[in-house]
Design a protein around this ligand. Structure first.
Ligand SMILES: Nc1nc2c(ncn2[C@@H]2O[C@H](COP(=O)(O)OP(=O)(O)OP(=O)(O)O)[C@@H](O)[C@H]2O)c(=O)[nH]1
Length: 667
């Protein structure tokens, strides 16, 4: 009896283990596929050699080997299809109303190359084993092919259990070719044919004069055919067939796909305000993570977004610069793995390189889990025309990427000014939607699907971005020319002048020692990637985002409370240009009346009440051109010193609107 039992158990074990392994490997992140495929291809080659070698060996060992090689040769066909390497010309789902032969034609298109590869492999297997007394390997391959074709036709025509959970995400489109119904006309034929063949194989294995080789060989084939019958019945009977493959699904269970939404825009455009709106309207049952990164080392946005029902993660490093991408990518992967969010909202700093960010999102591991990507580009209606004239290259690149502009702060402009901004934006990107908004609230409501952006578009911008990262701002800017946009194109000379200016300035900024933290291009020197450069932090080709725009940033902790009225006066002075060309300033401070947040955005100073986080520390940050860092230090040191313990004036925080967002503007 054991002469049948052992081969039967062997066939069952090898078949189950190899199927589980393929399901497991197919559930791993996509970047692993190429390694799995290299391994499978080596095994495939060994199997073909093995089949050729064992074809002349009609012993029991020969039967075992031939069966194993036949099965492994088949494994390559399955893996190359499920990993997406050898599939077909069609990679989209079929429209709902597609029926009949047309639908069948589409189905064939999804796996045409796969079917041709199987035919080629079958020819190779037949040829390599031709004329040999041991044909077990060849028949193993053929039986598996039959099982595969028959099952495939049945799931196309309609069965009860489609086992869709086994389809990896990248093959989800195949679901449109599976039909759910209790039975189809082909099914009885498939099962009958398989049953008859199994019976014949059993008879051959048990035949009186059968040799030990034949007994083992026919048992292998009979078990495989028996499994084919079982597999067919499992397609239509009401029983959970998936359980036997459970170990194979382990590799996918823990990974949570997520939808990403990125809110970009220039400094102070209203990104944080927009994000707070989005969080206020978010479904509390959807696990959400917000990733923010401010321009300064002492971020503010994290505090503003706290307490809105989402995990807030402040990214280290004050910018998303090309040379810091590694950190961003690692942090993003860590967040995704640890928190397993379903939704990820990202607010990069106002000077971030958005194309780099999009590229990071499409890197392996992160990209594998990315279900959809939406990009909202916030524009400050009041400041746009002035900012665009100063930094056309920055806005051109950002506009190229934008599926939708949120034209924010429309309350600050006249309808005529608003129209000019609209026209300029349309010239920069005629395809993008423009949605007027106030405090991040789109006046006409928003259809979030307009913000969807795809990998293909991102790839297109990749080329732009490369030019940008290597100092090609102006060249890239020219390519996107539109009539209104052309009028203010920057020249390469202007850009390098900004850089030069900035670098010189940064050295000034570092020469003071009042405990403030100044952050500029030279901050790169702290970064391991740059540390090995030429010693002064300029050892790489990539332009820091801030530096590329001629910006430097300043931030400091404040040692004590301030007087709100004096703060108001100070901000007015700073906004007027007292310490250089301020592009953005913000901070969180303590006053007698409570915690305050203050802003200078688009040239407007404002102060509003702030709900502090438990570990809130008073701090201020600024970014701009030609900033007088020493003066900023002095101004804030004085502000704190003046308030002191003797501060008598009451500093009531201005009232907020119903949503708690609208600051009272003081000027
Ligand atoms: N008047 C007016 N002010 C707005 C509007 N939206 C935002 N603000 C104010 O503009 C300032 C900047 O808003 P934020 O949302 O912090 O801007 P941001 O783009 O996140 O700024 P950074 O992160 O520093 O780049 C804040 O004082 C907001 O209250 C608006 O529609 N109208």
């Amino acid at each position: 009896m054991t002469e049948y039992l052992y081969p039967a158990l062997f066939a069952l074990g090898v078949w189950w283990a190899s199927t589980v392994l393929i399901i497991y490997l197919d559930g791993l992140p996509r970047w692993t596929f190429k390694y799995s495929m290299i391994g499978a291809t080596v095994i495939f080659a060994i199997s073909l050699i093995g089949l050729e070698r064992t074809a002349g060996d009609a012993t029991i060992a020969g039967a075992y080997w031939a069966f194993t090689f036949g099965l492994l040769a088949w494994g390559w066909q399955e893996m190359s299809f499920y990993m997406g390497y050898v599939t077909g010309s069609r990679k989209q789902p079929c429209p709902e109303d597609c029926r009949g032969w047309k639908h069948f034609g589409h189905a064939i298109q999804t796996s045409l190359y796969h079917e041709l590869a199987i035919i080629a492999a079958a020819v190779a297997v037949v040829w390599l084993t031709w004329g040999g007394p041991n044909q077990i390997g060849m028949w193993t391959f053929m039986v598996l092919w039959w099982m595969h074709q028959s099952a495939k036709l049945n799931v196309f025509l309609g069965v009860r259990n489609l086992n869709e959970e086994f389809l990896p995400e990248h093959l989800e489109f195949l679901k449109s070719f599976l039909t759910k119904r209790s039975m189809n006309l082909l099914f009885p034929f498939s099962v009958t044919i398989s049953t008859v063949i199994t019976a014949l194989l059993v008879v051959a294995a048990m035949a009186e004069g059968a040799s030990a080789f034949e007994r083992a060989g026919y048992t292998f084939l009979a078990v495989l055919m028996g499994l084919a019958i079982l597999e067919h019945w499992m397609l239509v009977l009401p029983m959970p067939s998936g359980a036997i493959w459970a170990p194979g699904l382990k590799s996918r269970g823990e990974r949570q796909p997520f939808d990403a939404e990125i809110v970009v825009g220039f400094l102070g455009a209203g990104k944080t305000t927009t994000l707070r709106r989005m969080l206020a309207e978010a479904d509390p049952n959807v696990k959400t993570v917000v990733l923010v990164n401010d321009f300064g080392e002492l971020g503010i946005d994290g505090s503003l977004l706290e307490g809105q029902g989402a995990d807030v993660v402040e990214l280290a490093n004050g910018c998303i610069c090309c040379s810091l991408r590694k950190d961003l990518s690692a942090q993003l992967r860590e967040v995704v793995a640890r928190i397993k969010p379903q939704r990820v909202l990202i607010e990069p700093s106002g000077v971030a390189d958005v194309a780099s960010l999009l590229r990071v999102l499409h890197e392996r591991e992160i990209g594998d889990l990315l279900r959809s990507l939406r990009l909202y580009t916030v524009i400050d209606a009041g400041a746009f025309l002035r900012d665009f004239a100063r930094m056309p290259e920055y806005f051109r690149l950002q506009a190229k990427l934008a599926p939708v502009f949120i034209l924010n702060k429309t309350d600050l402009v006249t309808p005529g000014e608003c129209e000019t901004v609209r026209e300029t934006l349309t010239a920069l990107n005629p395809a993008a939607e423009i949605l007027p908004a106030r405090y991040g609230v789109v006046e006409a409501g928003i259809d979030t699907s307009t913000a969807l952006t795809t990998w293909r578009e991102t790839e297109g911008v990749d080329a732009l971005d490369r030019g940008h990262s290597h100092g090609g701002h102006a060249g890239a800017a020219r390519n996107g020319a539109g009539p209104a946009a052309d009028a203010v194109a920057a020249t390469p000379a202007e850009i390098s002048a900004h850089r030069h200016d900035h670098n010189g300035h940064d050295h000034d900024a570092r020469s003071h020692d009042l405990g403030a933290h100044s952050h500029g291009h030279d901050a790169h020197a702290h970064h391991p990637i740059d540390a090995g450069g030429n010693g002064n932090g300029h050892g790489h080709d990539h332009a820091h985002e801030e530096a590329a725009m001629g910006f430097s940033s300043w931030s400091r902790h404040l040692a004590g409370p301030v007087d709100a009225e004096r703060l108001r006066q100070t901000l007015a002075v700073i906004a007027a240009g007292e310490v250089g060309e301020i592009a953005r300033m913000k901070g969180i401070v303590r006053s007698r009346g409570g915690w305050l947040r203050f802003d200078v955005a688009g040239g407007w100073p404002s102060i509003a009440a702030h709900l502090p986080t438990p570990s809130e520390a008073p701090r201020a940050l600024a970014i701009g051109r030609n900033l007088d860092m020493a003066r900023l230090d002095q101004i804030f040191a004085d502000l704190v010193a003046e308030a002191g313990p003797a501060e008598g004036r009451s500093a009531m925080a201005p009232a907020l609107d119903a949503q708690g967002l609208r600051p009272a503007i003081v000027h």
